[in-house]
Design a protein around this ligand. Structure first.
Ligand SMILES: NC(=O)c1ccc[n+]([C@@H]2O[C@H](COP(=O)([O-])OP(=O)(O)OC[C@H]3O[C@@H](n4cnc5c(N)ncnc54)[C@H](OP(=O)(O)O)[C@@H]3O)[C@@H](O)[C@H]2O)c1
Length: 358
C-alpha cells in the first residue's frame, strides 16, 4: 500500500435495525499472506432493496451492504497495480474474504487477487457516474434476460411473444429495460397501480411497455420480479400463464419457499428448470440468480446506447433516480426506509463526479 492513503474515513454501518455514520480506520494490510487488498474511493452508491433488507435483518444469503458502487481505486495490492486510479463499478458476486460497507468515503476489500480483480469492473470513459451507478442492478437484469432466452430456446417456445414482467420495482423495470433495449416486446405489470403511475409520470419506459391493455393474458413467458415470490404473487402469475408457458423466478425467495413440490429458492439460486403439473395445465419454472462479468459488460454497453424515440437505458435510469443524498443524510434515510422501501432509486453521492474530458 502506498503511504499517501488517509487512515480514517466516514462510513455508514448498521446495527439493531439502525444505520449510523461512524469513523473507521483503514486496516493494516500487508501482514496477511495469500490475500490482497484494495481500497476503493466511492463517488456514488445506489441504495438497493437488499441494503434495506440487511438493515431490517431479513436478507438471506449474501451480505454486501452498499454494493451498487462507482468509484476509483485509491490503492491496491501489487498484483492489481494496473487498476490503480481506474474508475470501476463493484461486482458483489465474486467471493471476497472481507469487505466493508459501501456507504463510505473508503471501502476496504480483502481477498484473493483473482477474486478482487473479478469484483472490479472498469467503466468506459465518458459514462456519467449517475448512469454508471446502475451497472450492477442492470447486470442482474441482463442476466435474467439471458436466462429467459436460454430457457425459451430449451423449451422450444416462440422467442417473439410478449414477455410479461410482474413486479414494477427497480428490478422489474430494469429487466423490461434490457428487453426493450434488445428489441424484445415486454409489458410491465404490478400488483398495485402507484408504481406504474410513477413510471408513467417520469417517462421511464416507452408507453407501450406500461400499457397492459395492449397485451392480454395468457402470456407464454412471465418473469416474476416482485420483492418476494409469495404464494399470492405466484398464483397471480400462474393465472396469467399459458399452458406449457415459462415462469422465470427472479423475485426474492428464502430457504424453504416452495411451489407445490418444487423448492423455488433452490431453483432460483441454481438457475434450474422444472416442470410443474397442475389441474389448470402444465408449466415450466426457471430461476435467475446473480450476474457474470459478461453481464456487466453488456449492462455498461446498454448504458451507452443512443436514444431512440426519446428513450434509452441511460435516460431510463436517470428518470428513475428520485433523490441524491450526501453521506450525512444517508444514514437517517436508510433507517427510515428500511422497512418499506420506496419508489425510484436513491443515490448516495460521496464525492463529486469527475467532469467529462473536454
Ligand atoms: N435474481 C437475482 O439475481 C436478483 C437480483 C437482484 C434483486 N433480486 C430480487 O428482486 C426483488 C425485487 O427487487 P426491487 O429492487 O424491484 O424491490 P422492490 O422495489 O422492493 O419491489 C417492489 C415490487 O415488489 C412488490 N412487493 C412489495 N412488497 C411485497 C411483498 N411483501 N410481497 C410481494 N411483493 C411485494 C411491489 O408491489 P407493490 O408496488 O404493489 O407494493 C413491487 O412489485 C428483490 O427482492 C430481490 O430479492 C433478485
Amino acid at each position: 500500500m502506498t503511504a499517501h492513503l488517509a487512515t480514517t474515513y466516514r462510513r455508514i454501518d448498521h446495527r439493531d435495525h439502525t444505520a449510523f455514520l461512524t469513523t473507521a480506520t483503514v486496516a493494516g494490510v500487508s501482514s496477511v499472506l495469500a490475500t490482497g487488498n484494495v481500497v476503493l474511493a466511492p463517488r456514488a452508491v445506489g441504495v438497493c432493496r437488499s441494503d434495506l433488507r440487511e438493515i431490517s435483518g431479513i436478507r438471506f444469503g449474501r451480505r454486501d451492504f452498499g454494493h451498487e458502487i462507482i468509484g476509483s481505486i485509491l490503492d491496491c495490492t501489487p498484483a492489481l497495480a494496473n487498476l490503480r486510479g481506474r474508475t470501476v463499478v463493484f461486482d458483489p458476486h465474486p467471493k471476497l474474504a472481507h469487505r466493508t460497507s459501501g456507504f463510505a468515503e473508503l471501502v476496504e476489500l480483502t481477498g484473493d487477487s483473482n477474486q478482487l480483480r473479478a469484483a472490479l469492473v472498469p467503466v468506459p470513459a465518458g459514462l456519467p457516474d449517475r448512469v454508471a451507478v446502475f451497472a450492477e442492478p442492470l447486470a442482474c437484469a441482463v442476466h435474467c434476460a439471458t436466462r429467459l432466452h436460454t430457457a425459451t430456446a430449451d423449451l422450444a417456445l416462440s422467442p417473439e411473444t410478449t414477455i410479461a414482467v410482474f413486479g414494477a420495482g427497480m428490478a422489474g423495470t430494469l429487466i423490461s429495460t434490457v428487453l426493450t433495449a434488445t428489441g424484445h416486446r415486454s409489458v410491465l405489470l404490478n400488483p398495485s397501480s402507484p408504481r406504474i403511475e410513477f413510471l408513467r409520470s417520469r417517462r421511464a419506459m416507452p408507453s407501450g411497455v406500461l400499457d397492459s391493455h395492449q397485451h392480454c393474458p395468457p402470456f407464454q413467458r412471465i418473469v416474476v420480479a416482485t420483492a418476494a415470490a409469495t404464494p399470492q404473487v405466484l398464483a397471480t402469475c400462474l393465472d396469467m400463464l399459458a399452458d406449457d408457458g415459462l415462469l422465470l423466478i427472479f423475485a426474492g425467495t428464502r430457504p424453504g419457499d416452495r411451489l407445490d413440490t418444487i423448492d423455488i429458492d433452490r431453483l432460483r439460486r441454481t438457475e434450474d428448470l422444472h416442470e410443474l403439473s397442475r389441474s389448470s395445465g402444465r408449466y415450466h419454472l426457471a430461476g435467475s440468480h446473480g450476474a457474470t462479468r459478461a453481464d456487466f459488460h453488456t449492462a455498461l454497453k446498454l448504458l451507452q446506447q443512443a436514444p431512440d424515440a426519446g428513450w434509452s437505458p441511460s435516460l431510463c435510469v436517470e428518470r428513475l433516480t428520485t433523490q441524491v443524498l450526501g453521506l450525512d443524510a444517508a444514514a437517517d434515510y436508510l433507517t427510515a426506509n428500511a422497512a418499506r422501501g420506496g419508489l425510484g432509486k436513491t443515490i448516495v453521492q460521496i464525492r463529486p463526479p469527475i467532469p467529462p474530458e473536454s
